[in-house]
Design a protein around this ligand. Structure first.
Ligand code: ADP
Ligand code: MG
Length: 390
């Protein structure tokens, strides 16, 4: 959908639902991790990229303390009072907006009621973090309506808190950080302990392509919690020998090997994946900016092999997609994205071959699974902010 079409669609929806025109326009992007699966909650590194798919909220302040918000994507509306914020199991999506309101209010920020319309080009529940985009867009809107200033990092942290404590998803900081701090035209090397990001170039001949398996990530909630607990257990056992180890970010493969017998087998495999994956993040940052195709391919392949064999977050649809991506013209490397268990994957492709890569992946994946994938190039877009009115 082109920019003007999208603008007319949200304006028409706003006029239809609330009458008149919105006065505030904000946006927040989705993201894709180029390397670093499950490293964020181990306080490690992630090479992340905010993408040119985003959530828009267009809004107009209300005189009262009511928030009325309509999602074009879902065709549903949620209304609540800022003086009585309650979860609603019948409209879970509203909890992301309410959670942000709840957390920012608890921190002392003055919030304003509004009528708003959401429109998103981030696919929902596919691993590109539509949830963080929704939270961050909501926060930016409250900030602008309230006229207060806030540090960008604080926005990311409070949105993460909203998802952790109000929505009830125990996510790390990756998604919210990227939606706030994403950079136009480059990836970001995120240090999840120090919460610092370093802009990282991608050699211009390399195109990032999202390959969505469209296999729903159903197990991801419980499996995610289990992986987190296993990582914590691994770090705690290693800390018994090396007190400086606070999380797996601090552990080396040598330390893991030296104490392998102390760790249950499954915990040892989880820990090995995280320690290796963390190293791959730093290596991929160098390889992507240098355009070292062989290194990119090898690092991405090792990441997927570890995700499948050690961290066990792969499903058959992802293996079919890996084969489709690697067999397509122009493929440099490919791996999982997001938390795994289906959803989106990511490929690094020769820019001048993308036109052949995309249909080849579609055909191969369709043939092996009977499922129609979504395959599309993405580029790095700026982090969340105000969207200039048309
Ligand atoms: P992901 O963040 O990978 O897209 P999640 O399961 O974390 O997947 O978050 C998806 C949820 O976020 C949706 O089920 C919905 O509740 C909410 N959400 C995301 N985008 C929208 C939208 N455009 N309109 C309404 N709710 C949305
Ligand atoms: Mg999410």
């Amino acid at each position: 959908m082109t920019g003007p079409d999208r603008r007319s669609q949200v304006l028409a929806r706003f006029a239809q639902v609330f009458g008149g025109e919105p006065s505030h326009w904000v946006r927040a992007p989705g993201r894709v991790d180029l390397m670093g699966s499950h490293t964020d909650y181990n306080q490690g590194f992630v090479l992340t990229m905010s993408i040119d798919r985003d959530i828009w909220i267009v809004a107009r302040p209300r005189p009262d303390r009511v928030v009325a918000i309509d999602s074009i994507n879902l065709g549903e509306r949620v209304t609540f009072s800022l003086d009585d914020i309650q979860r609603d199991p019948a409209a879970r999506w509203g909890d992301y907006v309410k959670g942000v309101a709840h957390v920012f209010q608890a921190e002392g920020y003055a919030l304003h009621g509004f009528d708003g319309v959401i429109h998103s080009t981030v696919p929902l529940s596919s691993g590109l973090s539509s949830s963080a985009a929704l939270e961050v867009a909501t926060a930016v809107l409250f900030r602008d309506l309230g006229g207060w200033a806030i540090e960008p990092l604080q926005v990311a942290l409070l949105c993460q808190r909203a998802e952790n404590s109000f929505v009830g998803v125990n996510c790390g900081i990756l998604d919210q950080y990227t939606s706030v701090h994403g950079r136009d035209g480059c990836a970001v090397l995120l240090d999840c302990r120090h919460l610092t990001g370093q802009a990282t170039a991608i050699e211009p001949g390399i195109q990032v392509v999202i390959c969505d398996t469209r296999f729903k990530r159903e197990l991801s909630g419980s499996e995610y919690a289990e992986r987190r607990a296993q990582c914590e257990q691994g770090a705690a056992i290693l800390a018994g020998h090396h007190p400086e180890i606070r999380t797996l970010r601090d552990a080396s493969l040598d330390q893991l090997d030296a104490h392998a017998g102390d760790l249950p087998d499954v915990v040892r495999r989880r820990a090995r994946f995280i320690i290796e994956e963390n190293r791959r993040v730093l290596d991929l940052a160098g390889a992507l900016s240098a355009g070292d195709r062989a290194a990119i391919g090898a690092l991405a392949a090792a990441s997927f092999a570890g995700a499948r064999d050690l961290y066990e977050i792969s499903v058959p649809a992802m293996e079919s997609m890996m084969a489709a991506m690697l067999g397509a013209p122009g493929a440099i490397g490919a791996r999982q994205a997001g938390a795994g268990f289906g959803g989106c994957m990511v490929a690094f492709v020769e820019r001048d071959r993308v036109g052949q890569f995309v249909p080849a992946v579609r055909d191969a994946y369709r043939q092996s699974t009977g499922r129609e994938p979504h395959v599309y190039p993405v580029s790095a877009s700026a982090g969340a902010g105000v969207l200039a009115p048309a």
